[in-house]
Write a protein that binds this ligand. Structure first.
Ligand code: SAM
Length: 215
């Protein structure tokens, strides 16, 4: 599948829409203008790729709404060269936004089919994300600490194993709540290891699933 002039036009419109909803970071808006979201979608949803909506990507999962991707990314305050852990690779779109901010991105996915798809797809469009198959609740202790941690599924509570893998001075963004809506939390670890948190409103995510990863 190709990226056409028409797709680029639709992306410019989408970036403007996301900006009009309050996203200010120009780097994020530029990433939305640049990344061909239609390539991340199942063929049945291609014509909707540039609507500001989530869509199914198979295995009962979704590609997040572009505004939500932008909102979480803005809260994360990614700096060039940051080592970022994403929990919930899904389609890989969010990971590419983080790559566009010049981060080194580690991403974990628990659904094997999605992991296998993304592992081939992302390098094919030029994004060198380090993708892992496993339970994101446990993080990636072998690669910790991380400057930033982003959870893209709804957690029942703040995942403490992830907090341990956050470097002092780091930021974690995680939607926390039950099956319905989740409160977007920005959690900051001070240089002396103290934890502070802020609430940033309600969102609706698929749940962060615990225990064993699917086979
Ligand atoms: N970031 C994704 C994107 O850009 O397409 C969207 C993520 S989707 C809203 C949430 C993802 O989290 C799903 O792909 C789901 O399989 C994954 N997930 C759920 N529980 C998980 C866990 N414990 N560890 C890793 N991934 C998990």
């Amino acid at each position: 599948m190709t990226d056409t002039y028409k797709h680029r036009g639709l992306r410019t419109k989408l970036a403007r829409e996301v900006e009009s909803k309050g996203i200010k970071d120009k780097r994020i808006l530029e990433a939305i203008r640049k990344i061909p979201r239609h390539l991340f979608m199942d063929s049945g949803f291609l014509e909707f790729a540039y609507q500001d909506k989530p869509f199914p990507i198979g295995s009962g999962q979704t590609i997040s709404q572009p505004y939500t991707v932008a909102f979480q990314t803005e809260l994360l305050e990614v700096e060039k060269g940051n080592k970022v852990l994403e929990v919930g690779t899904g389609s890989g779109y969010q990971a590419c936004v983080l790559m566009e901010l010049r981060a080194t991105v580690y991403s974990i996915e628990r659904q094997k089919k999605l992991y296998q798809k993304v592992q081939k797809f992302l390098p094919s469009i030029g994004y060198n994300v380090k993708v892992f198959y496993g339970d994101g609740y446990k993080g990636l202790p072998a690669f910790a600490p991380f400057d930033r941690i982003l959870v893209t599924a709804g957690a029942e509570e703040i995942p403490h194993q992830l907090l341990e893998q956050l470097r002092p001075g780091g930021i974690m963004v995680v939607p926390v709540g039950g099956q319905g809506t989740q409160n977007m939390k920005k959690i900051m670890k001070t240089e002396d290891g103290k934890i502070t948190e802020e609430d940033h409103g309600y969102f609706r995510f698929v749940p962060l699933l615990g225990n064993t990863a699917d086979e």
